[in-house]
Design a protein around this ligand. Sequence first.
Ligand code: NCD
Length: 320
Amino acid sequence: MSFELDEIDVIPESWTRSHLLDLESLSTEEITTILDTAGRFKEATHGCKQKIDALSDHTVANLFFENSTRTRNSFSLAARRLGADTIEFSSSGSSLSKGETFIDTAKNIEAMNVDVVVVRHATPGTPHLLAQNIECSVISAGDGPHEHPTQGLLDILTIREHRGNLAGLTVALVGDIAHSRTARSNIWGLRKLGAHVIVCGPSTLVSRRWEELGVEVAYNLDDILPRCDVLNLLRIQFERQYTRPFPSVREYALLYAMNGDRMQRAKDDILIMAPGPINRGVEVTPDVADGPHSVILDQVTNGLAVRMAVLWLVAGARER
Ligand code: NCD
């Protein structure tokens, strides 16, 4: 079953971006436009199950140069829910191994009359580079440790759904802040919407310099826990590290894993979040990940709505 776009809305005049490269450069109003659009898509499509005839003459290419489960599949499903065709590119098995450059690869995909390119790459700034070199819309699906804008947006949408308003909430990002693109996008988005953000983890992964972004830096989870409305538990990104940042995973879990004991000392209505993939027993124990305070799978559901909204908004701005 599908229905027409005007049942949803028209793109607001104030939305002019044909790319989504980061949350740092977005205004509070632009972030709110994406969240509101995602909310309307979710409501009108009954949790995004029904198709909307919005991008039926469009082609969306997913260019993934890093592994992905949630982000890739939800971008792909979001495009199809909007009626678009999709191209699925993975670096493994492609002509990159034959010496083709990143830009040439993208230009060749674009030559298939593609309208929107979704890109994930290990190198920070890759989406920005692509936006300067190809004509179609570019959406970042994560560039190395820099930013992961749609993850930040879906995290914020999930908090907003459960709490109504971000202003005045205390949100702690716990774990590998140094290598987390999720952390950076959350910080930009949450701060613009008025939340108080704490970054917490071992000193080898959380520098004091994060205070320059207007966040509180903490090294002891038990100290900050009673003040937190939301915990976003970040994975230790071993694949981006050259040396071990702590003596053992077991020691890390003792100090920073959210477990049943710590839940006893948290606020009664605390929200437990994680971008996924979760490493059970490292940043979160199974009883907490699967417990009543966990909204980890709500985040995944909201990822689909956010990606539908972003695809629709950037494609619409490009046509305008
Ligand atoms: C995150 C990522 O890839 O940056 N995952 C995701 O997109 N859902 C976080 C992570 O890999 O830990």
